[in-house]
Design a protein around this ligand. Sequence first.
Ligand SMILES: [Zn+2]
Length: 128
Amino acid sequence: MPKWKVVTEFTFNAAHYIKDYNGPCGRMHGHNYQVRIEVTSTQLHASQYCPHPVMVADFRTLRWPKQDSTKGGLDHGVLNEIMPPEYETTAEMIAKYIYDETKKKLPPETQLKVHVSETPNSWVEYED
Ligand SMILES: [Zn+2]
């Protein structure tokens, strides 16, 4: 079946620490997080900003984590304070958090994949 894949990449800066981690990751520090969000769909949709069914997903919707943390995003925030306590702030769980929050904003039949990287050499992918 024909399908579209929409991909967007962006970065955000944030502080975090890993609770009970025995080592430097247990102390508050920061990362320039690199995020890639991929959405696949066999249908096109309207968006929050456009009434016509012409897109898989609106880039403005997908790029919500890049927004300032005082405006609902993650940029220049403390992830331990922003994310609910059931999420630890490992790259794995940040990817799941971004996935879960993005999924709520998308039409149900879309397929979502989220990549999160703390450094240029390692990353996590999450999909359901
Ligand atoms: Zn870290």
